[in-house]
Write a protein that binds this ligand. Structure first.
Ligand code: MG
Ligand code: ZN
Length: 434
């Protein structure tokens, strides 16, 4: 991404600060076992404002500061360490590549940072996210407070940066929409490869392998662990074991998304592993499909966040009655939340750099209104775990259909529309690899 994009974000962020100084930090490297680390994935907030993808970095934003508002603390260049773990930006790199006005070695932060907090009124910092860093920030604050008798004033107001930052991230700019589109294209390739691989006798992880191989072929990886859930496993919402052998007659629910430029795709498709729905499966599938169409129809500027969900719940509850899962008037079943036995999650979430992206769902006025540039998933489902009163032909059916929708000026743009979804289209896409 263009450094100018990050600079523009910092400017917009600082325009919303009431002076003072903001401290943002990279997420630490996480150990996996012994001396093996998890692959490093930058913190979305930190990357969004800095473009810095290195661990151990800390950024200061101080609007109005004469020497320039953007200060970075980074790891120093170290040829011996870089021999093992790769290139580091270093002090010069932080200024040249990331546009910092000043850069310092991270090892000197305890000495160098407190003076930046002197005589500023507001400290913007997300307390509670990194306990270790919280303690250090508190220590820096106390260092400044200890100098009160020399006439130095410490910040009086601590503000959570998220109020500003997450509202910014909620409305996607041009470059973010481009990244989202690319993530969705790669996600589409993965789902098509998964569909082609599904067949009775194969294992769920073979489908997972096909999907994630497609992601890797585009030089990227998943944005969250893939859910490949056949048969009754589909009724476990976050099933990630992916180890069952699929059998004829199973439906396969696949929830998988690629990440591109730290932007997430998030798509679910459900299909019969034989390439043919049973009549009961098809009935259920048509209900979820209709619920999704109804919900997507409500994704438009001015509508409230919960309108797609309410629309989906109505269609699904009517469907549960038609299938013989529930009895009674639909309005009463909704009122009593009887549908939650078979549809227990919400119909979507914000989507962005984080798969369940940041941003408030409500404001003082209730569920917030959709605006162009918001990106959300629409993902109704039906999960019929075997149990009392469940007809045998429906028992174990789990279906979810999920697409990624960008709110536009007039309605919405379904970024994942190219992935087979109509019953005939998914039947034709399944099992093409021998
Ligand atoms: Mg999903
Ligand atoms: Zn989702």
């Amino acid at each position: 991404m263009d450094p100018a994009t990050f600079a523009a974000r910092r400017t917009r962020f600082m325009e919303q600060m009431e002076g003072g100084i903001a401290i943002l930090a990279a997420t630490p490297v996480r150990p996996r076992n012994r001396d093996v680390e998890y692959p490093y994935r930058p913190d979305s907030d930190f990357f969004y404002l800095t473009g810095c993808d290195e661990p151990e970095a800390v950024a200061l934003l101080a609007p109005g500061r004469e020497e320039g508002p953007f200060v970075l603390f980074v790891r120093e260049r170290d040829p011996a360490k870089e021999q093992w773990t790769g290139h580091r930006l270093g002090i010069d790199g932080a200024m040249e590549a990331l546009g910092a006005d000043e850069a310092h070695p991270i090892g000197e932060i305890d000495d160098l940072l407190p003076p930046y907090l002197e005589d500023v009124t507001h400290l913007y910092y997300p307390f509670g996210r990194q306990p270790e860093l919280d303690r250090r920030v508190a220590g820096w604050l106390n260092r400044v407070r200890a100098r009160a008798r020399s006439g130095v004033r410490a910040p009086r107001v601590v503000v959570d940066v998220e109020a500003i930052l997450h509202e910014m991230r909620l409305i996607k700019g041009e470059e973010e929409v481009a990244a989202a589109r690319r993530a969705c294209e790669i996600t589409a390739d993965g789902h098509r490869a998964g569909m082609a691989t599904a067949a009775p006798g194969r294992f769920e992880y073979e489908v997972q392998a096909a999907i994630e191989t497609a992601f890797l072929r585009h030089g990227t990886t998943w944005s969250y662990p893939s859910i490949v859930a056949s048969g009754e496993n589909a009724c476990t919402l976050h099933y990630v074991d992916n180890r069952r052998r699929m059998a004829a007659g199973d439906l396969l629910l696949v929830d998988a998304g690629a990440e591109f430029d730290l932007f997430a795709g998030d798509v679910t498709r459900t299909y019969p592993v034989t390439g043919r729905f049973t009549p009961a499966q098809r009935d259920c599938y048509e209900i979820v499909l209709a619920a999704q169409a109804e919900a997507i129809g409500r994704v438009r500027p001015g509508n409230r966040w919960d309108e797609p969900h309410t629309a989906a719940v109505e269609v699904l509850t009517q469907g549960m009655v038609d299938l013989g899962l529930l009895t009674g008037p639909v309005a009463e079943l909704i009122e009593a939340e009887a549908y939650k036995r078979f549809y227990m999650h919400r119909t979507g979430h914000w989507l962005g750099m984080d798969v369940h992206d940041v941003g408030d769902y409500r404001d003082d006025d209730g569920w917030r209104r959709l605006r162009p540039g918001m990106l959300l998933t629409v993902e109704p489902g039906l999960y019929i775990a075997p149990g009392d009163g469940v007809p045998p032909e429906l028992a174990g059916i789990g279906i979810r259909i999920e697409d990624d929708c960008l709110v536009t000026e007039t309605g919405c743009d379904i970024l994942t529309e190219a992935i087979p979804k109509l019953p005939e289209a998914v039947e034709a896409a399944v099992g093409q690899v021998s």
